[in-house]
Design a protein around this ligand. Structure first.
Ligand SMILES: Cc1ncc(COP(=O)(O)O)c(C=O)c1O
Length: 485
């Protein structure tokens, strides 16, 4: 295929050249109706390019196959059999993939370190989850993805599941042994779905972790806006092999999706594919080299430790995306939350992830020596300022076992059951009716349908006091917990 083409961008240019006049949404009519104060901030071009997909970018019958051709080019670029675009983020793609694979069967096996969108998928679909517990690193207190042996054992215990869903890379950049997991799944005739939201760039460089399709996964979901250069909300499904019914996947995505996709988001994905095919290797080589320098220099600063070798373990996290630079700040006597807040307040530097003892910097092809210097210089200043920051509040970290809560109701049944908000001191032993998710990284500690454990509550309550954010529970301060009545 000719990867010099970019069908969505070309169709947009044609639209402007022909001088279309739209008597359709969007009502701002290429910006003419938009408040000038809005245009002054967003720019004229955002409105100019915000056109309807059907009877706008393409004709009424989509006879130009504009988006279809862009998807075919993307599939060809990465070596998938089929690619579908979504403008609703991987949050929607994950749910659609779960429905497409397991909706008819009613059960799915998933890593418990799943993103909150997987839990929403369970609530919407009514699926019964069987969990594979991640490998907790008790020293680092982070979850490694499950190993092939973990997946094999879980499949032996629940052989009737429709398929297996694994998150890789994790938000920390660690990657599962997907080759091993795919063969375990396929030996048992089960499709492997991979939430590869953090891995859109993986197909384009051999020094990055193996991407899901090359490892033999049947379906994967990737956010183009996270590690790629698309706009927020741009997400793709890739499918390979014969285990996934692609038209059913499309129907499930259609059911949850918008009927008004943002063509600017499509254009971002289309243009990024062309850029990656033509220049991706060279750009990613430069980004990886920069990441190596950043890692080395940050690791040399007093009180800071850049994690690398300790994140990769033979049986679980097999590979690491080195563009995600995870920095332990605990020796500075501060928490990751304090570090992230200080960097934003004093240096206008925003970090990708923070937890009780770490911050993470995400580097991409958009970084260069200038941004790297800003990062290193700001973190060096943080190291100097750390002495003046208050002692962080202690977070009661549960043991791995204490995070494995018993599922006693289907997530959907618990979420929609009659419920009540009880003081957190009386919540242990009750059945949770909501998700409680430290964000980032977005992996829920409590799920609807789980029996709440005291240690998990202690972790969340002390975490909130230390700066952890819980965007989803009814009371984000967790003074109360919503439980099944
Ligand atoms: C592992 C994982 N899956 C899915 C998502 C959802 O992706 P999106 O933000 O594109 O909706 C995220 C977002 O952080 C994530 O970390």
């Amino acid at each position: 295929m000719d990867h010099g083409e970019a069908p969505v961008l070309e169709a947009l240019s044609r639209y402007h050249e022909r001088g279309h006049t739209a008597f359709t949404p969007p009502g701002h009519k290429q910006g003419r109706g938009a408040d000038p104060r809005v245009r002054a901030v967003l720019g004229e071009d955002v409105f100019r390019n915000d056109v309807l997909a059907i009877s706008g970018l393409d004709d009424r019958a989509s006879s130009g196959r504009v988006v279809a051709r862009a998807q075919e080019l993307m599939a060809d670029a990465v070596g998938a059999d089929h690619t579908l675009f979504s403008t609703c983020g991987s949050s929607l793609s994950v749910k659609s993939a779960m429905l497409a694979v397991a909706g008819r069967h009613g059960t799915i096996l998933a890593g418990r370190d799943a993103h909150k969108s997987v839990i929403s998928g369970l609530v919407l679909s009514g699926l019964r989850p069987f969990w594979i517990h991640p490998r907790w690193d008790p020293d680092l207190h982070l979850a490694h993805p499950p190993s092939p042996e973990d997946v094999g054992r879980a499949l032996d215990e629940s052989p009737d599941v429709a398929g297996v869903l694994i998150t890789s890379p994790t938000p920390y950049g660690t990657c599962a042994d997907l080759d091993g997991i795919a063969s375990v799944c396929h030996q048992r005739g089960k499709p492997l779905l991979v939430d590869e939201a953090w891995g859109a760039h993986l197909p384009f460089h051999e020094e990055l972790p193996t991407w899901a399709m090359n490892a033999g996964a049947d379906l994967c979901v990737a956010s183009v806006h996270k590690m790629g250069c698309g706009f927020e909300q741009g997400s793709m499904f890739h499918v390979r092999g014969g285990r996934i019914d692609v038209s059913h996947l499309g129907a499930c995505a259609d059911m949850l999706s918008t009927t008004s996709p943002n063509v600017i988001v499509y254009a971002g994905m289309d243009g990024w594919r062309r850029q990656m095919v033509q220049h991706g290797h060279e750009l990613l080589s430069a980004a990886l080299k920069l990441a190596g320098t950043v890692r080395h220099r940050l690791d040399g600063l007093p009180g800071l430790r850049v994690l690398e070798r300790e994140l990769v373990r033979a049986e679980a996290s097999r590979q690491l995306d080195r563009l995600k630079v995870l920095i332990d700040v605990s020796e500075l006597g501060i928490s990751g939350y304090q570090a992230a807040d200080w960097l934003r307040e004093h240096r206008a530097v925003d970090m990708g992830l923070s937890d009780h003892r770490r911050i993470e910097a995400q580097l991409t092809v958009g970084d260069d020596d200038t941004t790297a210097e800003v990062l290193i210089d700001s973190i060096a200043a943080l190291a100097t300022a750390a002495d003046g920051l208050p002692t962080p509040r202690r977070v009661d970290l549960p043991s791995p076992r204490e995070l494995e809560l018993e599922t006693v109701m289907l997530p959907r049944d618990a979420f929609f059951a009659p419920c009540e908000d009880v003081p957190v001191a009386r919540a242990a032993g009750r059945v949770c009716a909501e998700q409680v998710t430290p964000y980032p990284p977005g992996i829920p500690v409590l799920l609807p349908g789980e029996r709440i454990g005291q240690a998990a509550l202690d972790y969340l309550v002390t975490g909130v006091a230390a700066g952890m954010m819980l965007p989803d529970p009814a009371d984000p301060q967790l003074r109360t917990v919503r439980v099944v009545r």
